[in-house]
Design a protein around this ligand. Structure first.
Ligand SMILES: Cc1cc2nc3c(=O)[nH]c(=O)nc-3n(C[C@H](O)[C@H](O)[C@H](O)COP(=O)(O)OP(=O)(O)OC[C@H]3O[C@@H](n4cnc5c(N)ncnc54)[C@H](O)[C@@H]3O)c2cc1C
Length: 416
């Protein structure tokens, strides 16, 4: 039986980031690390592929340049009914094709010396001799540490006996050639991520998105719906018919839903009660949980990988493989703090119509909040150090209001 220090299950962004970061921090551990992947790259992953600039720069610090096709994002459009707010800043992110992104990262990891076994599914895991016996259809291994980077339905989580109440967001999406919406669609929207909150509070605890993307060199648009399922928004008939809501949206964009193939995949929501480790076992990315405001997990998957690598290296140096402090490390990290703060934003936006109206009006009227949002997305602004400032802005808005004055400036542009 082959013996490893670390087995990482899953080679999506969370698994590959963990492997790459272990490689960078401790090559001697990396030489005894194995990544197991049930599919083989390039494999499809249902995802709209919007990657924050912060994720790109985190990868660049590991020496990885994204040499794959992408759409550069310079604008975030927030829509509420006829009202539109555009937040503009150069190069805040990219939209990539996930199969290409994941293949690129996995290839970089392999070129850097990471051992990756594709087409090898984890089937069993059992504790033995201070580590884990990890079984697949193709072999049996022993490892001191197992990292579960195997997505929302994580088998590592189940086999490690981790039981907690999972809330998974519903995501439906379609990808259609841009010209099906309008012949000059890309003239207007090529660099823009649209988040539409028009149905939030009415029937969604989430939003509808529309992102540009490139598939096989052609301009496409992904249209999708995110509902975090944490709050009961709207009548039960709506909640049962989220797919129908997307169909209506497609019709409103001039599309025939019958021509669109709907894809879906659940996303585990992060809550403080989530259990993310067991002795010798760490969970990262979707297996651990992502933010319940946007369900945006690529950036967080990469950050989880970075943190988990530090935890693994520290565990080997101290000999404490319990990982009992891992949840604390997540909560104390920049990205973990953000996931928690976004959870609060989600609760306010999706859980209470009064707070929803307040937050929207604050966003529409405060250039500072707009700047914070966009720079946070870009990764150049850390809200953590500015909680007081945000609090003051909110209090000011609550007490004095801004009387709905449209903002025009370098960051925010209000239409409608
Ligand atoms: C419709 C939709 C749209 C989205 N859009 C965005 C977006 O625009 N931007 C964004 O940031 N996030 C988006 N997300 C979220 C994002 O896709 C996920 O958060 C991200 O993929 C998580 O990465 P991961 O590495 O944790 O898991 P995954 O990407 O799910 O990777 C898990 C890997 O584990 C492998 N695996 C699973 N089980 C086993 C096993 N038993 N043995 C071996 N290997 C196994 C799988 O094959 C897979 O390769 C979207 C999600 C959905 C569903």
């Amino acid at each position: 039986m082959e013996r490893y220090d670390v087995i990482i299950v899953g080679s999506g962004p969370a698994g590959t980031s963990t492997a790459l970061n272990i490689r960078a921090l401790a090559p001697e551990i990396s030489d005894r690390t194995l990544v197991l992947e049930k599919a083989s790259h390039p494999r499809e992953r249902v995802c709209a592929g919007a990657v924050r600039a912060g994720a790109v720069s985190t990868l660049e610090r590991l020496g990885i340049k994204l040499s794959i096709p992408f759409r550069q994002v310079n604008r975030i459009r927030i829509r509420y009914g006829a009202d539109i707010l555009d937040l503009c800043e150069n190069d805040i992110g990219r939209v990539v094709r996930r199969s290409e992104f994941d293949t690129h990262l996995a290839g970089e990891a392999q070129r850097g010396g990471v051992e990756l076994h594709e087409n090898e599914v984890l089937t069993g895991m059992e504790r033995k001799d201070g580590g884990m016996i990890v079984s697949t259809a193709l072999g049996t291994y022993w490892s001191r540490v197992v990292v579960g980077a195997d997505g929302t339905p994580s088998r590592v989580r189940k086999l490690a006996g981790i039981r907690d109440r999972m809330v998974a967001a519903t995501n439906y999406m379609v990808e259609v050639p841009a010209e099906m919406i309008s012949p000059d669609y890309y003239g207007e929207s090529a660099d823009m991520l649209t988040f539409d909150f028009s149905l939030t509070q009415r029937c969604l605890s989430g939003y509808i998105w529309e992102f540009p993307c490139i598939i096989d060199g052609r301009d496409y648009v992904s249209i999708g719906l995110f509902n975090n399922n944490l709050f009961n928004t709207g009548p039960p008939s709506y909640r049962r018919n989220l797919r129908q809501i997307l169909m209506k949206q497609l019709k409103s964009r001039g599309l025939n839903p019958d021509d669109c193939s709907v894809k879906s995949h659940p996303t585990r929501m992060f809550q403080k009660s989530n259990i993310v480790s067991a002795p010798g076992v760490l969970l990262v990315g979707d297996a651990a949980g992502v933010d319940s405001f946007a369900g945006e997990g690529i950036y967080h998957a990469i950050k989880y990988g970075q943190l988990a690598a530090h935890e693994v290296v520290r565990a080997f140096r101290t000999g404490d493989l319990s990982f009992s402090h891992y949840i604390r490390s997540i909560l104390n990290s920049d990205f973990g703090g953000e996931i928690v703060r976004f959870g609060r934003v989600a609760r306010a936006l999706y859980g209470s119509s009064i707070k929803f109206n307040f937050i929207l009006s604050l966003l529409w009227n405060s250039p500072d909040i707009q700047r914070m949002m966009i720079q946070n997305y870009k990764g150049t602004y850390k809200i953590r150090g500015h909680v007081m400032k945000v609090g003051w802005k909110m209090a000011h808005h609550l007490i004095f209001g801004d009387k709905g004055v449209p903002i025009r400036g370098p960051i925010g542009k209000v239409h409608g």
